[in-house]
Design a binder for this molecule. Structure first.
Ligand SMILES: *[C@@H]1O[C@H](CO)[C@@H](O)[C@H](O)[C@H]1NC(C)=O
Ligand SMILES: *[C@@H]1O[C@H](CO)[C@@H](O)[C@H](O)[C@H]1NC(C)=O
Length: 284
Protein backbone atom coordinates (compact mmCIF):
# COMPACT_ATOMS: atom_id res chain seq x y z
CA UNK A 1 0.00 0.00 0.00
CA UNK A 2 2.73 2.37 0.95
CA UNK A 3 4.58 1.71 -2.28
CA UNK A 4 1.55 2.48 -4.33
CA UNK A 5 1.11 5.59 -2.33
CA UNK A 6 4.67 6.68 -2.90
CA UNK A 7 4.32 6.10 -6.60
CA UNK A 8 1.22 8.21 -6.75
CA UNK A 9 2.68 10.83 -4.62
CA UNK A 10 5.68 11.25 -6.83
CA UNK A 11 3.59 13.05 -9.37
CA UNK A 12 0.60 14.01 -7.47
CA UNK A 13 1.24 15.24 -4.05
CA UNK A 14 2.88 18.31 -3.17
CA UNK A 15 5.32 19.44 -0.84
CA UNK A 16 5.05 22.36 1.25
CA UNK A 17 7.44 24.65 2.60
CA UNK A 18 10.57 23.99 0.64
CA UNK A 19 12.02 26.99 2.17
CA UNK A 20 15.48 28.10 2.95
CA UNK A 21 16.37 30.46 5.69
CA UNK A 22 19.58 31.69 7.20
CA UNK A 23 20.60 28.17 7.94
CA UNK A 24 20.37 27.27 4.24
CA UNK A 25 18.60 24.04 4.90
CA UNK A 26 16.00 23.35 2.27
CA UNK A 27 12.47 24.22 3.24
CA UNK A 28 12.29 23.02 6.74
CA UNK A 29 11.09 25.82 8.85
CA UNK A 30 9.76 23.79 11.67
CA UNK A 31 6.91 25.05 13.69
CA UNK A 32 4.68 24.11 16.60
CA UNK A 33 0.99 23.41 16.81
CA UNK A 34 0.21 26.46 18.91
CA UNK A 35 0.59 28.62 15.80
CA UNK A 36 -1.64 26.34 13.72
CA UNK A 37 -4.23 24.99 16.10
CA UNK A 38 -6.50 23.91 13.28
CA UNK A 39 -4.01 21.57 11.59
CA UNK A 40 -4.49 17.81 11.82
CA UNK A 41 -2.93 14.76 10.24
CA UNK A 42 -4.88 11.92 8.69
CA UNK A 43 -3.21 8.60 9.45
CA UNK A 44 -3.77 5.05 8.28
CA UNK A 45 -2.81 1.96 10.18
CA UNK A 46 0.65 0.72 9.33
CA UNK A 47 1.51 -2.78 8.33
CA UNK A 48 2.73 -4.06 11.68
CA UNK A 49 4.69 -6.84 10.05
CA UNK A 50 6.83 -4.46 8.02
CA UNK A 51 6.99 -1.46 10.25
CA UNK A 52 7.20 -1.07 13.95
CA UNK A 53 4.99 1.91 14.35
CA UNK A 54 1.29 1.93 14.39
CA UNK A 55 0.29 4.69 12.03
CA UNK A 56 1.43 5.97 8.65
CA UNK A 57 0.96 9.49 7.44
CA UNK A 58 -1.69 9.84 4.76
CA UNK A 59 -2.51 13.53 4.41
CA UNK A 60 -2.88 16.81 6.18
CA UNK A 61 -6.21 18.39 7.02
CA UNK A 62 -7.81 21.30 8.79
CA UNK A 63 -10.44 21.38 11.54
CA UNK A 64 -13.45 23.43 10.46
CA UNK A 65 -16.03 22.52 13.13
CA UNK A 66 -16.00 20.40 16.27
CA UNK A 67 -16.54 17.23 14.23
CA UNK A 68 -15.48 18.04 10.67
CA UNK A 69 -12.11 18.41 9.01
CA UNK A 70 -11.36 19.51 5.47
CA UNK A 71 -8.84 17.75 3.27
CA UNK A 72 -8.30 17.19 -0.43
CA UNK A 73 -10.42 15.00 -2.69
CA UNK A 74 -7.24 13.18 -3.58
CA UNK A 75 -6.75 12.10 0.02
CA UNK A 76 -10.27 10.76 0.23
CA UNK A 77 -10.01 9.04 -3.14
CA UNK A 78 -6.89 7.19 -2.06
CA UNK A 79 -8.61 5.98 1.10
CA UNK A 80 -11.40 4.65 -1.08
CA UNK A 81 -9.18 3.18 -3.80
CA UNK A 82 -6.98 1.42 -1.31
CA UNK A 83 -10.05 0.05 0.43
CA UNK A 84 -8.86 1.07 3.83
CA UNK A 85 -11.41 0.08 6.45
CA UNK A 86 -12.78 3.01 8.39
CA UNK A 87 -11.36 1.67 11.66
CA UNK A 88 -7.88 1.67 10.14
CA UNK A 89 -7.70 5.43 9.83
CA UNK A 90 -7.74 8.26 12.32
CA UNK A 91 -7.51 12.00 12.47
CA UNK A 92 -4.80 13.09 14.87
CA UNK A 93 -4.86 16.55 16.35
CA UNK A 94 -3.32 18.61 19.12
CA UNK A 95 0.28 17.91 18.07
CA UNK A 96 2.88 19.12 15.59
CA UNK A 97 4.39 15.66 15.39
CA UNK A 98 2.03 13.35 13.55
CA UNK A 99 4.13 10.37 14.61
CA UNK A 100 4.23 11.31 18.24
CA UNK A 101 3.73 8.79 20.96
CA UNK A 102 3.38 11.61 23.44
CA UNK A 103 0.42 12.18 25.67
CA UNK A 104 -0.55 15.41 23.97
CA UNK A 105 -1.86 13.93 20.73
CA UNK A 106 -5.58 13.39 20.33
CA UNK A 107 -6.80 10.64 18.08
CA UNK A 108 -10.24 10.78 16.53
CA UNK A 109 -12.16 7.85 15.15
CA UNK A 110 -13.54 8.61 11.73
CA UNK A 111 -17.25 8.48 11.18
CA UNK A 112 -17.30 9.03 7.45
CA UNK A 113 -15.88 11.00 4.59
CA UNK A 114 -16.85 12.40 1.27
CA UNK A 115 -14.96 13.78 -1.68
CA UNK A 116 -16.32 16.24 -4.15
CA UNK A 117 -18.63 14.39 -6.57
CA UNK A 118 -16.83 15.97 -9.53
CA UNK A 119 -13.31 15.35 -8.35
CA UNK A 120 -11.17 14.61 -11.39
CA UNK A 121 -7.52 14.22 -12.16
CA UNK A 122 -5.90 15.18 -15.45
CA UNK A 123 -2.52 13.54 -15.58
CA UNK A 124 0.27 15.05 -17.58
CA UNK A 125 3.77 13.67 -17.80
CA UNK A 126 5.34 17.13 -17.92
CA UNK A 127 3.56 19.06 -15.27
CA UNK A 128 1.98 18.28 -11.94
CA UNK A 129 -1.29 16.44 -12.18
CA UNK A 130 -4.08 18.95 -12.22
CA UNK A 131 -6.96 18.10 -9.91
CA UNK A 132 -10.41 19.48 -10.43
CA UNK A 133 -12.59 19.93 -7.35
CA UNK A 134 -9.84 18.65 -5.11
CA UNK A 135 -11.68 18.88 -1.83
CA UNK A 136 -13.22 16.50 0.67
CA UNK A 137 -14.59 16.35 4.20
CA UNK A 138 -13.97 13.91 7.02
CA UNK A 139 -16.26 13.64 10.02
CA UNK A 140 -15.02 12.32 13.32
CA UNK A 141 -16.90 10.73 16.18
CA UNK A 142 -15.04 12.20 19.14
CA UNK A 143 -15.10 15.97 19.01
CA UNK A 144 -12.07 18.14 18.46
CA UNK A 145 -11.76 19.75 21.84
CA UNK A 146 -8.07 19.73 22.66
CA UNK A 147 -6.28 22.92 23.58
CA UNK A 148 -4.66 22.84 20.14
CA UNK A 149 -7.73 21.73 18.25
CA UNK A 150 -9.48 24.92 17.30
CA UNK A 151 -11.66 25.14 14.17
CA UNK A 152 -10.69 27.54 11.44
CA UNK A 153 -13.40 29.14 9.37
CA UNK A 154 -13.57 27.94 5.78
CA UNK A 155 -15.65 30.99 4.88
CA UNK A 156 -13.23 33.78 5.60
CA UNK A 157 -10.98 33.36 2.58
CA UNK A 158 -12.57 36.18 0.61
CA UNK A 159 -11.38 38.56 3.30
CA UNK A 160 -7.87 37.69 2.33
CA UNK A 161 -8.54 37.94 -1.42
CA UNK A 162 -9.94 41.42 -1.04
CA UNK A 163 -7.08 42.48 1.23
CA UNK A 164 -3.65 43.52 0.08
CA UNK A 165 -2.60 39.88 0.17
CA UNK A 166 0.63 40.75 1.84
CA UNK A 167 1.61 37.62 3.59
CA UNK A 168 0.69 33.99 3.31
CA UNK A 169 2.23 30.66 4.21
CA UNK A 170 1.81 26.96 3.55
CA UNK A 171 1.85 24.52 6.45
CA UNK A 172 2.03 20.76 6.55
CA UNK A 173 4.06 17.64 6.97
CA UNK A 174 5.65 15.98 3.95
CA UNK A 175 9.22 15.78 2.68
CA UNK A 176 11.54 18.53 3.71
CA UNK A 177 13.87 18.08 0.77
CA UNK A 178 14.35 16.01 -2.34
CA UNK A 179 16.79 13.77 -0.53
CA UNK A 180 14.80 13.34 2.65
CA UNK A 181 14.39 9.69 3.54
CA UNK A 182 10.88 10.06 4.79
CA UNK A 183 8.09 12.37 5.67
CA UNK A 184 8.94 14.96 8.22
CA UNK A 185 7.77 14.07 11.65
CA UNK A 186 7.42 17.69 12.46
CA UNK A 187 5.00 20.28 11.15
CA UNK A 188 6.74 22.78 8.87
CA UNK A 189 5.88 25.90 6.93
CA UNK A 190 7.16 28.25 4.28
CA UNK A 191 6.26 31.72 3.11
CA UNK A 192 4.52 32.00 -0.22
CA UNK A 193 4.49 34.14 -3.33
CA UNK A 194 1.21 34.19 -5.19
CA UNK A 195 1.87 33.24 -8.78
CA UNK A 196 0.48 35.20 -11.68
CA UNK A 197 -2.74 33.61 -12.92
CA UNK A 198 -2.08 34.08 -16.64
CA UNK A 199 1.42 32.79 -16.40
CA UNK A 200 0.21 29.77 -14.50
CA UNK A 201 -2.52 29.11 -17.04
CA UNK A 202 -0.04 29.21 -19.85
CA UNK A 203 2.10 26.64 -18.07
CA UNK A 204 -0.85 24.34 -17.68
CA UNK A 205 -2.08 24.86 -21.24
CA UNK A 206 -5.61 25.80 -20.40
CA UNK A 207 -6.34 22.89 -18.08
CA UNK A 208 -6.22 24.97 -14.94
CA UNK A 209 -9.70 24.95 -13.34
CA UNK A 210 -10.93 28.36 -12.13
CA UNK A 211 -10.92 27.23 -8.50
CA UNK A 212 -7.23 26.32 -8.58
CA UNK A 213 -4.52 28.93 -8.12
CA UNK A 214 -0.76 28.77 -8.14
CA UNK A 215 1.93 29.61 -5.63
CA UNK A 216 5.67 29.42 -5.30
CA UNK A 217 7.68 29.36 -2.15
CA UNK A 218 9.88 32.37 -1.55
CA UNK A 219 12.95 30.22 -1.63
CA UNK A 220 13.95 27.19 -3.58
CA UNK A 221 13.42 24.32 -3.65
CA UNK A 222 9.71 24.60 -3.88
CA UNK A 223 7.15 22.34 -2.23
CA UNK A 224 8.03 18.67 -2.04
CA UNK A 225 6.17 15.41 -1.73
CA UNK A 226 3.39 14.31 0.57
CA UNK A 227 1.88 17.63 1.30
CA UNK A 228 -1.61 17.00 -0.04
CA UNK A 229 -4.12 18.41 2.38
CA UNK A 230 -1.60 20.84 3.79
CA UNK A 231 -2.85 24.37 4.18
CA UNK A 232 -2.38 27.75 2.65
CA UNK A 233 -3.27 30.48 5.09
CA UNK A 234 -3.11 34.22 4.77
CA UNK A 235 -2.57 36.91 7.33
CA UNK A 236 -4.59 40.03 7.87
CA UNK A 237 -3.38 42.05 10.85
CA UNK A 238 -1.88 38.97 12.45
CA UNK A 239 -5.09 37.01 12.00
CA UNK A 240 -4.52 33.75 10.31
CA UNK A 241 -7.11 33.03 7.63
CA UNK A 242 -7.61 29.70 5.91
CA UNK A 243 -7.55 30.21 2.14
CA UNK A 244 -6.44 27.05 0.37
CA UNK A 245 -5.54 23.38 0.43
CA UNK A 246 -2.36 22.12 -1.17
CA UNK A 247 -3.46 20.12 -4.18
CA UNK A 248 -0.49 19.16 -6.32
CA UNK A 249 2.94 19.97 -7.59
CA UNK A 250 6.14 18.39 -8.72
CA UNK A 251 8.43 17.08 -6.11
CA UNK A 252 10.52 19.96 -4.81
CA UNK A 253 10.50 21.53 -8.26
CA UNK A 254 11.72 25.07 -8.13
CA UNK A 255 10.39 26.18 -11.50
CA UNK A 256 6.83 24.93 -11.68
CA UNK A 257 4.30 26.38 -9.30
CA UNK A 258 2.35 24.45 -6.73
CA UNK A 259 -1.39 24.17 -7.26
CA UNK A 260 -3.79 25.13 -4.50
CA UNK A 261 -7.53 24.50 -4.15
CA UNK A 262 -9.27 27.80 -3.51
CA UNK A 263 -11.47 27.02 -0.51
CA UNK A 264 -13.54 30.16 -1.02
CA UNK A 265 -14.88 28.62 -4.20
CA UNK A 266 -16.29 25.69 -2.25
CA UNK A 267 -17.95 27.30 0.75
CA UNK A 268 -21.44 26.34 -0.44
CA UNK A 269 -20.38 22.83 -1.17
CA UNK A 270 -18.81 22.41 2.25
CA UNK A 271 -21.78 23.93 4.01
CA UNK A 272 -24.19 21.75 2.05
CA UNK A 273 -22.37 18.55 2.79
CA UNK A 274 -22.11 19.27 6.47
CA UNK A 275 -25.81 20.07 6.72
CA UNK A 276 -26.83 16.72 5.40
CA UNK A 277 -27.78 14.07 7.84
CA UNK A 278 -24.75 12.27 9.14
CA UNK A 279 -26.28 8.98 8.07
CA UNK A 280 -25.90 10.09 4.51
CA UNK A 281 -22.17 10.05 4.63
CA UNK A 282 -20.96 7.66 2.00
CA UNK A 283 -18.92 5.53 4.31
CA UNK A 284 -18.73 2.79 1.65
C1 LIG B 1 7.61 7.03 14.10
O1 LIG B 1 8.12 6.93 15.39
C2 LIG B 1 8.71 5.69 15.71
C3 LIG B 1 9.04 5.67 17.18
O2 LIG B 1 9.71 6.84 17.58
C4 LIG B 1 9.91 5.47 14.80
O3 LIG B 1 10.50 4.23 15.07
C5 LIG B 1 9.45 5.50 13.37
O4 LIG B 1 10.54 5.38 12.50
C6 LIG B 1 8.70 6.77 13.07
N1 LIG B 1 8.10 6.64 11.77
C7 LIG B 1 8.24 7.54 10.80
C8 LIG B 1 7.61 7.21 9.51
O5 LIG B 1 8.82 8.58 10.98
C1 LIG C 1 -10.50 32.46 -4.71
O1 LIG C 1 -11.90 32.49 -4.70
C2 LIG C 1 -12.45 33.74 -4.32
C3 LIG C 1 -13.96 33.58 -4.27
O2 LIG C 1 -14.48 33.16 -5.48
C4 LIG C 1 -12.01 34.79 -5.32
O3 LIG C 1 -12.52 36.05 -4.95
C5 LIG C 1 -10.48 34.85 -5.35
O4 LIG C 1 -10.03 35.77 -6.31
C6 LIG C 1 -9.92 33.47 -5.66
N1 LIG C 1 -8.46 33.53 -5.54
C7 LIG C 1 -7.65 33.22 -6.54
C8 LIG C 1 -6.20 33.40 -6.30
O5 LIG C 1 -8.04 32.81 -7.61
Amino acid sequence: MILKFLLYSFFTIIGISCQTHENRVAFNLRTTIDYWRFVVSILVRGDLIKVEYEWEFHCGGVIITSTYALTTGWCIKKLIDEEIPIHDMIVRGNTETWNCSCGRKRDHTIQGFVMHENFKESASPFSPTVYTNDIGIISVIDEFNGLYEVPSSYRMGTMFWTSQKLESVVVGWGYESKTAKGISDRLHYGTVKLYDRQECESRFRGVLPPHVYCIMLHQTPNVCTYESGGLHTGFINQYNILIGLISSGIRCDSVLPTLITNISEFTNWVKGRMKENDNMWPIR
